[in-house]
Write a protein that binds this ligand. Structure first.
Ligand code: ADP
Length: 190
């Protein structure tokens, strides 16, 4: 199964992506996780990435698009994938659509996580107490949310219009287990 998850930071899409990935046995491709792993290299690129990410800004497409393309073509992804955190802007979306067409990869579903801003902010603040992410503080959350509303959310509209019958929304303000069972039901009945 080939899925894309959309949703604001803190909407829990990473949590659900990882639960679902185990259940349906496909890789969870989180661009945030992939980039955070790169930070361990402690080279020049890691330095550059670290600055961008801890400010809440988007990493350049020229860095991210080839990473995603390579992952999607790897044998791990031949039975499917869950893409989480990508595409995040129009140019990534254009790149992805073109890439999928050229490689005859058909998406099965696009899931859009819906949650209000207050809930999201609270969740990220809670998460910051457990995980040590440099971008989980109020100032940076503001930038991440601005980026999300300006660049990423409009993409969901594009996918809704162009992938009719494959796109659905999920209420992400519910408990983790409730969201999980709603997603599984939607996928079963699709
Ligand atoms: P969240 O969705 O909770 O904000 P992620 O873990 O998905 O966090 O991403 C963390 C950071 O990694 C982003 O703020 C951004 O700097 C970078 N990043 C992740 N995915 C992308 C992407 N598709 N394009 C550009 N930057 C990205």
């Amino acid at each position: 199964m080939k899925l894309i998850l959309f949703g604001p930071p803190g909407s829990g899409k990473g949590t659900q992506a990882s639960l679902l990935a185990k259940k349906i046995n496909v890789p969870h491709l989180s661009t945030g996780d992939i980039l955070r792993l790169k930070l361990n290299d402690k080279d020049e690129l890691a330095n550059e990435l670290s600055k961008i990410m801890s400010s809440g800004n988007l990493v350049p497409d020229s860095i991210l698009n080839p990473i995603v393309a390579e992952k999607l073509l790897s044998s791990d992804c031949k039975n499917g994938f869950i893409l989480d955190g990508y595409p995040r802007n129009k140019s990534q979306s254009n790149f992805l659509i073109d890439f999928l067409q050229k490689n005859k990869i058909d998406l099965d579903h696009i899931i859009d996580f819906k949650a209000d801003t207050e809930t999201i902010k609270n969740r990220i603040i809670q998460r910051s107490k457990i995980e040590n992410r440099s971008d989980d503080n109020l100032e940076v959350i503001k930038t991440r949310l601005e980026k999300y509303f300006a660049e990423t959310q409009p993409l969901a509209g594009f996918f809704r219009d162009n992938f009719e019958g494959k796109f659905f929304e999920i209420n992400a303000m519910q408990e983790i287990s409730k969201i999980q069972s709603e997603i599984e039901n939607r996928l079963k009945n699709a």
